[in-house]
Design a protein around this ligand. Sequence first.
Ligand SMILES: Cc1cc2nc3c(=O)[nH]c(=O)nc-3n(C[C@H](O)[C@H](O)[C@H](O)COP(=O)(O)OP(=O)(O)OC[C@H]3O[C@@H](n4cnc5c(N)ncnc54)[C@H](O)[C@@H]3O)c2cc1C
Length: 473
Amino acid sequence: MQQLNVVWLRNDLRSFDNAVLSSATEDAARTGAAVLALYIATPDTWQLHDMAAIKQDLLRRRVKQLQQELATLNIPLLAIEGSSYQQIPVVFTRLGQHFLLKVFVQSEYELREQQRDNLVEHAVQVSNGQFIRFDTQCIMPPGSVRTQQGDIYKVFTPFKRSWLVQLKQQGISCYARPKALAQEKLQLPDFPALKPGDNSSAAWPVAEQEVLQLMRAFCREKVHDYQNSRDFPAIEGTSKLSAYLAIGVVSAAQCIARLQLEAADSWQQDKSGAEVWLSELIWREFYKHILLAYPDLIKHQPFQAETAAIRWSNNPSLFKAWCEGMTGYPIVDAAMRQLNKTGWMHNRLRMIAASFLVKDLHIDWRWGERYFMSKLIDGDFAANNGGWQWAASTGTDAAPYFRIFNPVSQSEKFDPKGDFIRFYVPELSKLQGKAIHWPHGVGTASGYPAPVVDHAEARKHTLALFAEVKKTA
Ligand SMILES: Cc1cc2nc3c(=O)[nH]c(=O)nc-3n(C[C@H](O)[C@H](O)[C@H](O)COP(=O)(O)OP(=O)(O)OC[C@H]3O[C@@H](n4cnc5c(N)ncnc54)[C@H](O)[C@@H]3O)c2cc1C
C-alpha cells in the first residue's frame, strides 16, 4: 500500500513557516510517500462555537486560495465540505482503505478539538497509520514557560519576562516554504467539495503573499509609533493581523522575525513601539497557555471562582441596546456598530464595550463573550475569553474589580476629536466639541437614544456586587 502523508490543516492555513507541511514533505522526500493537504469544513460545529459568518467566509476563501498556492508546489489540497467534528474520523478511515496514512497536525487546545483529534488518532491507528502532533500554535508551547517552582504563571508580567529569556536562548526561526514536489496525480475517494462562502469577508485579502506584505509594511512603517497610536481607534495604528493570526495565514514567529529585522535597535527597549507590540503577541500566547493549564476556562468558568456567584441582572432589553449600539453612550455605540458592520473592533473599544456591558449594565460577561464570538472575524477562544475575563475582573491577572472605566472620559481621552464616533454614529455627525462624548440635552442629536443607565449609579452597584462575593471568598 502506498504511504500518504496527510497534512491536515486547521488553523495553520499557510505554506511558509508551517511545521506540519514542512515535516510531511521532508518525510516524503526520505520515504517516497505522496503528500496530500486536507481541509474539512465543519459548519455545524462552527455554529456550536458561535463562529461569526464573516470568519467562516474568511476560512472558505483562504482555503480556496491556499489550494492554488499549494498547487504550485504540486501538493493537492483536498477541501471537503463536512458538517461536524463527529464525522471526521470517517474521512480518515476511508483514506486509510486506500493508503497507509501518516497524518501531520498542529495541536489545538480547546476541549472539542482535543476530543476530535483523539478520535481521529484512534481511527488512523486502527488503519495501521500514524498521527503526529506538532505543538506550534505558540512560539513557546503551552506548559513550557514555568516558574522556578515548576508552576504555570498566572500573572502576565513574570510570564513575559520568562518567555523573553526563553526567546533569547532559542532565537526565532521559521520553516522555509517547501520545495515543489515531483509526484503523480493521486487517485482519491470522492468527498463533497468545499462550498463557497457568502463573500462577507471580501474586504480582507486572503493571498498569503499579500498578508505577509501587510505584516511587513506594519513592521516597517507603523510599529515604531505603535506605543503612541495603538489606543486611538480613529487612527490605523495597530496591525489588523488578528484575523490572520487566528486562522494561521501568518504565524507569530514570522511577525517576531520581521519585527527583529525592522526594529533591530528598539525591539528590546522597554516601552518602544516594537517592544509593546511584541508584548501583545506574548499576551496571545499567555492566554493559550492559561487555557491549556485550566481547562475549566473552556467550559466558560471564571478563573476567580468566587466571581461565579455574582448576581448579574441580565436585563434582555439592556443587552439588546448594547448589541445594537443604542446605549446612549457614544463611544460604546460606535464600538458596537464597528463590530456589527465590519466584523472587527479596535482593542481599546473592546475593553470599553466589555467593561460597559459588565460594570454598567450588570450583564454576565459570558453573554458578551458569546456575542463577540458571533461577530468577530478574528474570533479566537483563548483571546476572547481572556479579554472578557480581564474586563469583567473575573480572570487571571484581570483588571481589579474596582477599576471601572468611565465611558465618557475614555471617549474624551481616546477619541478626543470624536472622529471615530462621528463615523459610526451618524446621528451625532453634526456635533462638535465635548458634546460628541455626551450629547444628551444638546438638541442636535435627533434619533440618538437617551442613556440607558446612569454611570455613577451603575458603578456603585458593581462595587456592591463584587463586595458581596469577595466578602465570602
Ligand atoms: C473583550 C475582548 C475580546 C477580545 N477578543 C479577541 C478575539 O476573539 N481574538 C483576538 O485575536 N483578539 C481578541 N482580543 C484582543 C485584541 O483586542 C485583538 O487581538 C486586537 O484588537 C486585534 O487587532 P490587531 O491585530 O490590530 O492587534 P495588534 O495591536 O496589532 O496586536 C498584534 C496581535 O497580538 C495579538 N493580541 C493583541 N492584543 C491581544 C490581547 N489583549 N490578547 C490576546 N492577543 C492579543 C493579536 O493576535 C493581534 O493581532 C480581545 C480583547 C478584548 C478586550
